[in-house]
Design a protein around this ligand. Structure first.
Ligand SMILES: [Fe+2]
Length: 271
């Protein structure tokens, strides 16, 4: 069965709102004419992520494709959250974590792929940045590195980003077949500075190291250049700021706007 319309959501942080508000949100998504849901990360936090995804699935009964954002790992570790997510998805065919990795044929000409992606400190000025995100307190792998020193934190951010980018690169290569005309890539962190915005302007060098993933962007740029006949739409979040960036004819990146306590539909994507 082909998918015609996808409800794109990002940074919904459902752990911040009460049951009633969550149920209202699920119903609002069910009422759209979408056949499936795509979430580009920051769904909840490690302690309630699986419970909230199950609840979302039970209430909507639609396929939910998702990648995880940094918040989804808060109060947990990357390794443990992924282990639990793989188990959850194995038990519920309507929950599909794209980082497994999965290649989802949406119709004869379009596929969906993705990975969580991590900010990698390669854009902006990491060494002089005064920013400290909760990531380095609340995600076990980053906390352990942060305790050593800032250089170790950067190394760990880059290790996580590079692992996901490499997996995405392999998934993209495997996704190509003779009929493919369009690929939708879901990721959490904006892959280019031009789509990492704050109040309508590009994030400054202080924030950019934590709000962009050069590792992911480089993989996507090379893939777009090598495959000019394939149209690529990248969907991301993380900055909570709308952005639209078209670096080349076949590549478009959209970042979604979000507000804590007020989850919303970004848009219905026509496949
Ligand atoms: Fe995020």
């Amino acid at each position: 069965m082909s998918t015609n319309k996808i409800a794109w959501l990002t940074d919904i942080h459902l752990n911040f709102i009460k049951n009633d508000a969550r149920n209202k949100f699920y119903q609002s998504i069910s009422k759209t004419d979408a056949d499936a849901i795509l979430i580009t990360g920051d769904i909840a936090e490690a302690t309630d992520l699986c419970e909230i995804l199950s609840e979302f699935s039970t209430q909507t009964k639609m396929p939910i494709y998702f990648v995880l954002g940094n918040h989804d790992y808060y109060s947990g570790s990357v390794a443990n959250v992924r282990e639990r997510i793989l188990k959850l998805c194995a038990e519920n065919i309507n929950l599909i974590w794209l980082g497994k990795p999965e290649i989802i044929p949406l119709n004869d000409h379009t596929v969906l792929v993705g990975h969580d992606g991590w900010a990698d400190g390669r854009y902006g000025d990491f060494d002089h940045s005064t920013v400290t995100l909760n990531d380095s307190r609340l995600i076990a792998e980053l906390f352990q590195a942060f305790l050593l020193n800032k250089k170790s934190l950067k190394n760990e951010m880059q290790r996580l980003a590079d692992v996901d980018a490499k997996t995405l690169e392999q998934t993209l290569t495997q996704a190509i077949n003779i009929n493919i005309k369009k690929i939708i890539i879901a990721t959490h962190v904006p892959p280019f500075p031009e789509c990492s915005l704050h109040k309508g302007k590009q994030s400054d060098p202080n924030w950019l190291p934590y709000f962009s993933s050069k590792a992911t962007g480089d993989v996507i740029s090379v893939f777009a250049q090598k495959n000019p006949a394939i149209s690529i739409l990248v969907l991301c979040g993380h900055t909570h700021s709308n952005a639209l960036f078209k670096p080349s004819k076949n590549l478009e990146i959209k970042a979604g706007r979000a507000q804590y306590y007020s989850p919303k539909l970004q848009e219905i994507i026509d496949i």
